[in-house]
Design a protein around this ligand. Structure first.
Ligand code: 13P
Length: 252
């Protein structure tokens, strides 16, 4: 049985002070929630303060990105070891904003996934198609390529350190989420493909979560689909009360 997980991706929002106030408001809303995993992904500069504030809770901490090298002359980058040192257990890799705005390709993403696993971080690897790719019938090809290339060379044993996030680019920040049926169809295909990359039972154990315009109103219908194992929430997680409502809707 796969556990469900909700991840709040703060993107480039919140100073350390704002992060601290967020946690103060968020913790009371989630302290009795045990049936779902909650992970927060603040910006690098707020990781430390968030790690301190959640250390006695079950809430997990994720980086939003990282370099694949453990150290070196890479101005502006953050290493896997630095994420671990700041309390992270996981890291988002290959978000479409990284792919599109910062030109990360499948090869880069593959290096990062491998580096995350080598540092015992769970790699939350994002895949997703553009509106044009969907409209021209390329969704399946695009996602298969992203999945196979991003996970090239990852062994079955390491697959337990993976979460796959399906984030259709047209749904991100648009207010138009994938319908539960659309998400479910893709998740089933992704799981089939994971079965060919690993084994069927390994594929069954990997969490595949959905992201793109998740709200407190639509989370329940998305999670009602058997292959949707959670959500990667952007805009709607920025307010602690709103994210708290999403978490409680997901557990009802
Ligand atoms: P929104 O929830 O704002 O659409 O963002 C989704 C996302 O990109 C999460 O990583």
């Amino acid at each position: 049985m796969r556990r469900r997980v909700l991840i709040g991706n703060w993107k480039m929002h919140k100073t350390a002070g704002e992060a601290s106030r967020y946690i103060r408001d968020f913790l009371p809303l989630t302290q009795n929630i045990a049936s779902i995993d909650i992970i927060l992904a603040p910006p690098f500069t707020a990781l430390h303060v968030v790690a301190e504030s959640i250390k006695d809770t079950a809430i997990g901490l994720a980086g939003q990105n990282m370099h694949w090298n453990s150290h070196g002359a890479f101005t502006g980058e953050v290493s896997p070891a630095m994420l671990c040192d700041n309390g992270c257990q996981s890291v988002i890799i290959g978000h479409s904003e990284r792919r599109q705005t910062f030109h990360e390709d499948d090869n880069t993403i593959n290096r990062k996934v491998k580096a995350a696993i080598a540092h015992h971080l769970t790699a939350i690897m994002c895949v997703g198609e553009t509106r044009e790719e969907r409209d021209t019938g390329k969704t399946s090809d695009v996602l298969s390529r992203q999945l196979a290339a991003g996970l090239a060379g990852i062994g079955t044993i390491d697959a337990k350190q993976l979460i796959i996030a399906y984030e259709p680019i047209w749904a991100i920040g648009s207010g138009t989420p994938a319908t539960p049926t659309q998400a479910s169809k893709v998740h089933i295909k992704l799981r089939e493909h994971l079965g060919t990359l690993f084994t069927t039972s390994t594929a069954e154990s990997i969490q595949i979560i959905y992201g793109g315009s998740i709200t407190a109103e639509n989370i329940q219908s998305l999670l009602a689909m058997p292959h949707v194992d959670g959500g990667l929430v952007g805009g709607a997680c920025l307010d602690p009360h709103n994210f708290g409502t999403i978490v409680s809707s997901a557990t009802n």
